[in-house]
Structure formats: structure tokens, C-alpha cells
Design a protein around this ligand. Sequence first.
Ligand code: SAM
Length: 239
Amino acid sequence: MRVDIVSIFPDYFAPLDLSLIGKARGSGLLDLAVHDLRTWTSDVHRTVDDSPYGGGPGMVMRPEPWAAAFDAVARPESVLVVPSPVGKPFTQAAAHELAALPHLIFACGRYEGIDQRVLEDAADRMPVREVSLGDYVLFGGEVAVIVIMEAITRLLPGVLGNADSLTEESHAAGLLEAPVYTKPAVWRDRAVPEVLRSGDHGRIARWRRTESLVRTATRRPDMFAAYPGEQLDKKDRAA
Ligand code: SAM
């Protein structure tokens, strides 16, 4: 997968050199470039913003540098992703959709956001997806892009050592994951549930399934309500 990120703060993306994303880049599974939007300014001050039409607080990002940036990095197969509090909520399903695409361009807004015409104009040449991390407002799109890139990169084939991690985790199948434990078996008088030490794979699977259902029902009733009833068996219902 190829990714181009455009931002006025390229240094924000240093964490994308670390850990499994850094490894994915090193091994060629992820080809990622970060660009400074100011590269595509034409005045001596490298201006990217101006006051908003209609008045109001703050500044708005001007269209010209963005258009020049897209001219430079867009490909026939590109999809533009714009983090925005007015976007569609980002979910694991959205992460899967984005992870299946060959080329993503991320446009990181700052100030009061990007001139709306940039998105309209870009939509004439490639699909544009406005994506929200949640119902709150960040300073800029950089952190949102790092979050989205974490969610996407772990879905790329070959990135995780054990691909089962992707099917047995929260949000993989509309439920939250059961609690997890490691050694020691007893710590500060708290014992790991006996079933997990039993070696009985059938009981362990049943216990995890029940914990997952109970957790989802109590912590995320919205998610539990959306879980398809036909996927609940007799034992699930008893739990
Ligand atoms: N004036 C905008 C509004 O009220 O909708 C908020 C602009 S915000 C201060 C600046 C930038 O941060 C946005 O253009 C976007 O790139 C990013 N951003 C802020 N909140 C976000 C969120 N919840 N999800 C994704 N990106 C966000």
C-alpha cells in the first residue's frame, strides 16, 4: 500500500517510524511519504491560510497549496482521506475498507479547516472520504491520521505475526474481547480464572464467548443491540 500524508507539521509523524508501522515500512509492506504543505506555496512567507469569508474567528486553509499538493501526489487509483469532525465516524469496518485500497492521500487540516472547494475540486478526480475520530475537536488532522494509519497498517497482510489476532479481538465480529491474563497465576491475591488454566479448550472458548457477550452488553449496549440475534446460540442466551 502507498500512502502520502500532507501536513504543515510533517514532524508530527515521527512515530510512524517506530514499532510495527516502522517495520512494515522497512519491509516494503507500507510505502509511506510525508509532505510539507508549504512546499506548494508560492509566496515568500509560505502562507497556507487566510481569514474566513463571512467573518468569524480563526483562519481557513487556502485552496491553492492543496490543489498543487494533490497534483503532485495523486495517482489514477488514489483515494483522498480528510480527517474532520464533520466526517463519517471512523470504525474498524472503515479501517478494513481503507486497508484494501492501493493508494491513500491524507490531507491534514489545521485552524478552522480547509476551504470547502478543495474537497469539491478533489472529488472531480478521486473519491474523497471525510472521516471523524469522534465527537470532539482536535487541533489538527495529524493525530487523527496517526490513529487511522495504526488501525489500517495492522490489517495489511503480513504485518502481524499471528493473523488470528485480527479475528479474535474487539470489533472484529461486533463484540468486545474477553479479559486477558498472563503469568503469574496469582498476583496480589488475585488469581487468573481457573478455566483459563484448565487446558480444556472447549471450556475456555465458552468462557471467552460468555465474557465477551457480557462485556459488550454492559459496556456497549449500542453495539450489543446491533449484534445479529441469529448469531446467538442457546448457551449465549443463557449467559
Ligand atoms: N472548525 C472545525 C469545525 O468546527 O468543524 C474544526 C477545525 S479543527 C480545529 C482543525 C482540524 O483538526 C480539522 O480540519 C481536522 O483536520 C482536524 N480534526 C479536528 N477534530 C477532528 C475529529 N474529531 N476527527 C478528525 N479530525 C479532526
